[in-house]
Design a protein around this ligand. Structure first.
Ligand code: PLP
Length: 413
């Protein structure tokens, strides 16, 4: 099967073979990989190795940043980032500076798709002073009309408005800025430059959800306060969540570390241990049982990436695979429509639809007879979405295109 799922997704085949061979008897221990105690040396070596390799791949400074493998997935990160930052000394000290002016720090969100919108809504639900810095949601008119002659309108996230149009509070009034580097549903990929052109990351903590494009291009980690993501797309099986956090943000505010005479703030929000970065940093890398099997596979995938050109190799591959599909879509403008503006087209989730919408479902169904799966768009938006994460090969993409060409020759005369 060629699996273009948006996640959990295809894993590199050599990794699956290795996992199969090691599964029943891990390193002659007589135990299966999934039976290893997380306190055993065997598993200790796995998680330490995984952290070291991730640091190498992403060039994470050995001083200054911590790496955790937590639970909670991308969704857990929505709450965890807000709760942890709002009780950190860095953010609470910032609040003290504006407290006497009657101001409350804003939690800034760049809303470029459904996942960043969900993070914003979670902040609202948790009682945060959530603030939309920019909302990319808009409508486009498809250049064809429905059978009734009415123009077809598509609503979604297609472009990033220029920074002059952002509602950006002054840096001293922002607790943090949150954005999602790749919006998996809409196929909208930004990068940190889109944010740093407007925000000084020395003044404002930058938080980024990289669930769907981590390890597919270089990241200048030093620009970020927190980078996090579920592993189930580019790294491993669902279960673990990677968190990379600047160490100063791990210092929790407490009465003892407040400057004398500072204003008394309302108490910070409580944090469930399972989402608490402080808990992970103060109690060691495994304060409770981690997703051992997920982390074990992540460790193998890190090896695979290191052996296959590292981040540069993955970056080139991602560019090539996604361009092959976008070029095909663009070269058939009377058949397809790719709504995201070219600058922000995702290299991970290639989103498009047939102008004749009836063909979307037929395309997805006929693909199955070629053993091509999961090319339907997210259930909330429809259309087609072909996800080309690191494990998808150029040959897989060429095979998909072979099918797609035959399909349009048959159905789009
Ligand atoms: N953020 C992004 C960018 C995602 O793609 C997803 C899920 O696909 C999530 C967050 C939510 O992740 P999870 O399903 O692990 O909670």
């Amino acid at each position: 099967a060629v699996n273009f799922s948006a996640g959990p997704s295809m894993m590199p085949y050599p990794v699956l073979l290795k996992a199969r061979d090691e599964f029943l008897d891990y390193q002659d221990s007589g135990m299966s990989v999934i039976e290893l105690s997380h306190r055993s040396k065997l598993f200790g070596d796995v998680i330490t190795g995984a952290e070291q390799k991730l640091r190498k791949l992403l060039n994470i400074p050995s001083e200054g940043y911590s790496v955790f493998f937590m639970h909670g997935g991308g969704t857990g990160g929505f709450a965890a980032t807000y709760l942890n930052l709002m009780s950190s000394k860095v953010v609470r000290d910032k609040q003290r500076k504006i407290h006497n002016q009657g101001k409350t720090l804003k939690c800034g969100y760049v809303v470029s798709g459904i996942w960043s919108k969900s993070a914003y809504e979670e902040c609202v639900d948790l009682g945060g002073n959530a603030h939309v810095v920019v909302n990319c949601e808009s409508t486009v008119e498809l250049d064809n009309a429905s059978d009734a002659g009415v123009p077809q309108i598509k609503k979604g996230y297609f472009d990033l408005p220029p920074t002059e149009k952002w509602d950006l509070p002054p840096s001293d009034e922002l607790a943090y800025i949150y954005y999602c580097d790749n919006e998996t549903i809409g196929g909208f990929e930004m990068n940190v430059d889109s944010i740093t052109s407007a925000v000084d990351t020395n003044e404002v903590v930058l938080v980024c959800d990289v669930s769907s494009n981590i390890l597919t291009r270089k990241f200048d980690v030093s620009k970020f306060g927190i980078i996090y993501g579920g592993v189930q797309k580019n790294i491993g099986p669902s279960g673990a969540t990677v968190v990379i956090i600047r160490n100063d943000l791990l210092v929790r505010d407490s009465p003892e570390n407040q400057p004398a005479g500072s204003p008394t703030l309302p108490p910070p929000p409580g944090i469930p241990s399972v989402l608490s970065y402080y808990y992970f940093s103060s109690k060691g890398p495994m304060p409770h049982t981690p997703s051992t099997f997920s982390i074990y596979i992540c460790n193998l995938v890190f090896d695979y990436i290191l052996e296959n050109g590292g981040i540069d190799g993955m970056e080139q591959l991602s560019e090539k695979k996604s361009s092959l599909i976008y070029d095909f879509v663009d070269s058939n403008p009377s058949i397809f429509f790719a709504p995201v503006c070219k600058r922000y087209r995702s290299r991970m989730n290639v989103v498009f639809n047939f102008k004749n919408q009836a063909l979307d479902t037929l395309f997805v169904n006929e693909a199955k007879s070629y053993n091509i799966f999961e090319i339907n768009g997210h259930r909330s938006v429809g259309g087609i979405r072909v996800s080309v994460y690191n494990a998808v090969t150029v040959d897989d993409v060429l095979y998909f295109l072979e099918f797609a060409k035959k399909f349009i020759a048959k159905h789009c005369k």
